[in-house]
Design a protein around this ligand. Structure first.
Ligand code: SF4
Length: 231
């Protein structure tokens, strides 16, 4: 296990002013060792004008193969929960705190491994760079890894899930998220006030003893987001 990593910052083009430029640059990231065994970088997906940004943990096995976030079983469940909560999928940007799949091989099977702090820290510059191109009204943090990346190690999803918090004030380093773009020429302005809501990762629903209860809880949290957008 790596205890230090050079980090992604050096791979981010300083003049990048679109998500597509970032996506292309991220294909060459060597900011930590996870790129070595994974198939490809899995960058965020969605429109820069998305009203809601979902931040998950890391790509899974299927996402790693397809190069797209949330296309595996957890992603399917999330899409259903988004529908059931009344959120418009067209208004959503999906990304992960860590952009390469971390796994261990057991025979031929690739078993998910939770990213360590070193990976979350190394990959965080991509998340900050994505947010610099986005202007969401609500940020949804899915699970503990995303919470660590955005809100710091002391935030407990289980304690504060479903609660609307002020963004970027609730971030561990609000200064990283205070500027948003005003045009495609790279001009920025202070971020308008937005809100953040933490909930469980959809994969936690798939692992739950009582999946129905866990799913209803996820939908209830996302319904709070839908109401905030409507309000
Ligand atoms: S996990 Fe993030 S920091 Fe590490 S190599 Fe992949 S993109 Fe770069």
């Amino acid at each position: 296990m790596a205890e230090t990593a050079p980090g992604a910052q050096q791979f981010i083009p300083p003049q990048a002013d679109t998500l597509d430029e970032l996506r292309v640059a991220a294909t060459d990231c060597r900011g930590c060792e996870l790129h070595r065994d994974a198939t490809q970088t899995v960058f965020g997906r969605g429109d820069a004008s998305a009203r809601v940004v979902f931040v998950g943990e890391q790509p899974g096995d299927m996402e790693d193969q397809k190069g797209l976030p949330f296309v595996g079983p957890a992603g399917r469940l999330l899409r259903k929960a988004v529908d059931d909560a009344g959120l418009d999928p067209k208004h959503i940007y999906l990304t992960n705190a860590v952009k390469h799949f971390r796994f261990e091989l057991r025979g031929k099977r690739r078993i998910h491994q939770t990213p360590d702090r070193v990976h979350i820290t190394a990959c965080r510059p991509w998340l900050v760079a994505e947010f610099a191109q986005l202007n969401p009204e609500v940020i949804v943090v899915l699970g503990a890894t995303a919470a660590k990346a955005l809100l710091g190690p002391t935030f407990r999803v289980t304690r504060q899930r479903g609660e609307l918090l002020p963004w970027p004030a609730a971030a561990q380093h609000p200064e990283d998220f205070q500027r948003v773009p005003v045009d495609s020429a790279g001009a920025t302005t202070d971020a308008p006030s937005a809100q953040l809501l933490a909930t469980i990762h959809p994969s936690a629903v798939l692992r739950a003893d009582n999946q129905d209860v866990a799913y209803d809880g996820l939908v209830a949290d996302l319904t709070v987001v839908a109401r905030a957008l409507a309000g």
